[in-house]
Design a protein around this ligand. Structure first.
Ligand SMILES: Cc1cc2nc3c(=O)[nH]c(=O)nc-3n(C[C@H](O)[C@H](O)[C@H](O)COP(=O)(O)O)c2cc1C
Length: 163
């Protein structure tokens, strides 16, 4: 099985998920930050793509990667966000991410909260129109935590039959 993990991460939360996926996988595997993706091989069995939710959307560099991907492969999408996991916003963004991929099917999705810095929380709180997710973002401290990461590793091992 040949896998590639591509992640965009501004403050390191989504990168933590990417590294856990890398460790959990068996077989041939590559991992790249979205800013350093080399020309990709023609064949991967699995593509893992991760991003933070930004301003109610898929982070733009990740969105571009998803929409330009034109090879056959199964996708696993992962994301971090300030909002709660089961929020409508997160469901909508992940559905949008899956829609962006033209050439491939999505076989798995994992998301969890990711800590938002106090500086960002303060700035957003003072703005004229604070985002609806702000209260939930204030409760994201410490995420992704040990439990989030263990859940992700177990999911990847189960889905892709890693002993
Ligand atoms: C400028 C900015 C915009 C954000 N917009 C959203 C948002 O719309 N919804 C949300 O749930 N979280 C939002 N967040 C929170 C991030 O998605 C969250 O902290 C994420 O874990 C950051 O991931 P990273 O460390 O991999 O960059 C925003 C954060 C920043 C800094």
């Amino acid at each position: 099985m040949k896998s590639v993990i591509i992640y965009s991460s501004r403050s390191g939360n989504t990168e933590k998920l990417a590294r856990v996926i890398y460790e959990a996988l068996d077989g041939e595997k590559e991992i790249y930050a979205i800013t350093e993706v080399p020309p990709l091989d023609d064949h991967y069995d699995l593509v893992f793509a991760g991003f933070p939710v930004m301003a109610g959307r898929v982070e733009p560099r990740a969105a571009r990667f998803l929409s330009e991907f034109d090879k056959k492969a199964d996708f696993f999408l992962f994301a971090t966000h300030g909002s709660f996991r089961d929020s409508e916003l997160v469901r909508t963004v992940m559905a949008r991410a899956a829609d962006l991929i033209k050439s491939a099917a999505v076989t798995g999705v994992f998301t969890c909260q990711g800590e938002v810095s106090s500086k960002v929380l303060k700035k957003l709180g003072k703005s004229n129109r604070p985002p609806a997710w702000l209260d939930e973002g204030e409760k994201a401290g410490g995420h992704p935590d040990k439990e989030d990461l263990e859940e992700l590793a177990a999911m990847v091992r189960t889905l892709f039959h890693v002993p």
